[in-house]
Design a protein around this ligand. Structure first.
Ligand code: PFF
Length: 496
């Protein structure tokens, strides 16, 4: 039998990592972030975030994951047994993210279905907010359950179970080998088509028109670092986990660079498509692009359906293709964030992959039902800030200190350089992982607190407290429950 938890090839690893990185963050979030943070000027903080944060940190995460060949939590137990509680915090918070991520995948599933007959009608805005989401901007709608949304969310969880309960290479590996290249091909088609639409140049000049003055604003730097974090699934255990499944001969430096390049190329390419389409729409409707463009949800679930309406029959082809692309991008990312907690509980409680994935998909599916209510969108916004601005950044800070200082990043250098033909790690890399990145993380963390403090309403505070309790209590339970296998305390290291 093939090894339950090993990639069949190094390419499978790289494609799975690209599948993890390329997700809703690239199509749903990035075009808007780029546009609203200075357009062309955004590239300065964006590139700096890639160079100073993404490249050095991803390599560190891969290296340590490779070394321990185990879940994030098991590795932490080996590295510093007293830190087990922390070792659960990260997987659990990533699972909380997976649950709300599944909501947007569910919405996208609905739009994929509707796109075959333009079921959103002549007014997509009313359809989304009034008919479909029945959105409220407080907790008052939490008891208004919407079965239609629930069904599509559960379909997403079912697909995740279908893929991840199989042995790694037969499930995740194979799916990524087929669907990740397909994602790029379909996106290429959509973007080329969009660029040929009349008015595309209006959208593009609006997108790239640089507003240099914004470079002096802290917000755009925060936005760039936040985007790079989320988009590359940095520090969230996905890279760690996937790297732990690699074969001995993997070149982790080049793999990391390929993943970063593919992800960033994809999101910028997607932005070209999105803004060409918005330019086309602006030309048709006489509305300026700045009025059409809006944050993620509305952009892809309102502006896009409006464009597909104008496009007539072509919209019936382009619509399903577009929502299908978003769907694959979302599922391959969700698979990776799901894997982080799944492998940790497999390791500690001696559960088979089949059992662990079934249990977690049931829990995740049930928990996600909170988002299938009128208050779903509202709770999602707060959960996103809680996860991304607060917990993840702080736990990545701890991760960076543990890996760079306690594990000792120096240990990775000879091994990594021995595998890599073109790129070598040296003092600059050590300086980044030991000093620059921890400092950057603290700055980003304090910046993120501002956004949290701005959410002063009682309802928001209730949601935050509930999320914090879920996080702390479940991490505590996982820590206190005794391990079901002695293997939990035996972790082989690959790098001597
Ligand atoms: N990188 C994904 C995106 O851009 O949508 C989000 C993500 C997936 C973050 C998996 C973290 C993770 F573990």
């Amino acid at each position: 039998m093939a090894n339950e938890n090993k990639w069949g090839s190094n390419i499978a690893f790289v494609l799975a990592m690209i599948g993890s990185a390329v997700g809703l963050g690239n199509i749903w979030r990035y075009p808007y972030v780029l546009y609203s943070n200075g357009g062309g000027a955004f590239y300065i903080p964006y590139l700096l975030a890639i160079i100073s944060l993404a490249i050095p940190f991803l390599i560190l995460e891969y290296g340590v994951g490779y070394n321990y060949q185990s879940s994030f939590t098991k590795a932490i137990v080996k590295l510093k047994p007293k830190f087990e509680f922390y070792g659960w915090i990260l997987p659990v918070v990533v699972f909380i993210m997976t649950v709300y991520y599944s909501t947007i995948i569910g919405w996208d599933g609905i739009y994929l279905f509707l796109s075959f007959f333009k079921g959103w009608g002549a007014d997509p805005n009313t359809y989304l907010n009034v008919n479909l989401l029945q959105a409220t901007d407080s907790l008052s709608g939490a008891f208004n359950f919407i079965p239609f949304i629930a069904v599509f969310m559960l379909v997403g969880w079912f697909i995740v179970w279908l893929i991840s309960h199989k042995n790694l290479d037969e499930g995740l590996g194979r799916v990524c080998e087929i669907f990740v290249p397909l994602l790029f091909v379909v996106m290429l088609f959509i973007v080329i088509f969009s660029l040929t639409l009349p008015g595309a140049s209006i959208g593009l000049s609006e997108l790239f028109n640089p507003d240099w003055s914004l470079l002096w604003h802290f917000d755009i730097w925060m936005a760039a670092f936040g985007q790079i974090f989320f988009s590359l699934s940095l520090g969230m255990g996905a890279g760690f986990t996937y790297a732990s499944y690699t074969n001995d001969d993997i070149d982790l430096i080049s793999s990391g660079l390929k993943v970063i390049f593919a992800n960033c190329a994809f999101e910028n390419f997607a932005a070209l498509g999105v803004f060409s389409i918005l330019g086309y729409m602006s030309l048709q409707s006489g509305t300026p692009v700045s009025e059409i463009v809006s944050q993620g949800t509305t952009l892809i679930f309102v502006a896009y359906p409006q464009v597909f309406n104008i496009l007539g029959t072509i919209g019936l082809v382009l619509g399903p293709l577009f929502f299908f692309t978003v769907y694959i991008a979302g599922i391959t990312s969700m698979l990776s964030s799901f894997e982080v907690l799944s492998i940790s509980i497999q390791n500690k409680f001696a559960l088979s992959r089949r059992k662990a994935t079934l249990i977690l998909c049931i829990i995740g599916g049930l928990a996600s039902m909170v988002y299938a209510t009128s208050a779903g969108g509202y709770i999602l916004g707060i959960a996103d800030i809680f996860v991304n601005n607060i917990v993840v950044i702080l736990s990545v800070f701890v991760e960076c200190i543990l890996f760079a200082w306690i594990f000792k990043a120096e240990r990775l250098i000879d091994f990594m350089n021995g595998r890599s033909k073109h790129f070598k790690l040296g003092k600059w890399w050590l300086a980044h992982v030991k000093y620059i990145i921890p400092i950057l993380l603290l700055v980003i963390w304090f910046g993120g607190l501002y956004e949290l403090i701005a959410l002063k309403t009682t309802d928001a505070v209730i949601v935050l407290i509930v999320l914090a309790l879920i996080l702390i209590i479940s991490s505590l339970i996982f820590t206190l429950l005794p391990a079901k296998t002695k293997e939990w305390f035996k972790t082989e290291e690959r790098i001597k």
